[in-house]
Design a protein around this ligand. Sequence first.
Ligand code: GLU
Length: 303
Amino acid sequence: MQKPTATQIDTESRQGYIGRFAPSPTGPLHFGSLLAALASFLDARANQGKWLMRVEDLDPPREPAGSAELILQQLQDLGMDWDDEVLYQSSRLDAYEEVMDQLQEKGLCYPCDCTRPQIREMGLVYNGSCRERGAPPETPYALRLKTDALEIGFDDEIQGHFAQQLESEVGDFVIRRKDELFAYQLAVVVDDEFQNITHVVRGWDLLDSTPRQIYLQRALNYQEMSYAHIPIIVDEKGQKLSKQSFAPSIETDRASQAIYKALTFLGQAPPTEIEKESPKSQLQWAIGSWESQWVAKVGNLPL
Ligand code: GLU
């Protein structure tokens, strides 16, 4: 039997496909982040969908000045034009606060001042030891969301079925950090709902964040969406390409080469004739022949 295509998964209230690219501006676009940008762009455009841009600038100490602008400029130079206005998470703090209050009213979160060494001792799965504490501590504390024993599973468009039992495999997770910054897991769920996202295409390193996000969507009565996790690119040491691993920035004057290489990594087998074409015409070809099923069903792809 054929797998349902992305467009068949539309929910009643959400017409059509709305995808997004949601970079954290920790440095310029590199080959790893280009892959996620390109896969989400092609999947949206091949399904006549919208492609939205969200800058996940929630962690200022990790964000060198100018990175967001640079990423947006690089995407434009690569011919990937997004729809609507860019959403900056730094402009959404009131919305996150409101949602956190709702979760608190439902009795779903609690303060926790456990330290990293303590959590390491627990085997990295938080054991809920602060669940029953009374008043919040005097010292800085995080807010954790209570999880439960239900299994949360979903059918990933590329990786197949994936499920987790959050309480035993992840533990109650942080939604606001000790330094008072909102956690990625909370912000991503609030904003995917706010932007009416129907399809998430992103790196495989976030596959195991997805059950937490579905759990939050259910707790908040949000719409659920379809997910596709693409492989991530790793260097010769097996480390994800990232700013921390000194991945080189994508150079605008080599845009065509970068796109051609990214299409190859995404399993799309681009014909050699388009190798030297402009990024726009390469993308035109790629939209016309995009097949998410050709993307490798593995976690890591060596560069
Ligand atoms: N901001 C995240 C990152 O750059 C991606 C978040 C997402 O796609 O859900 O890794």
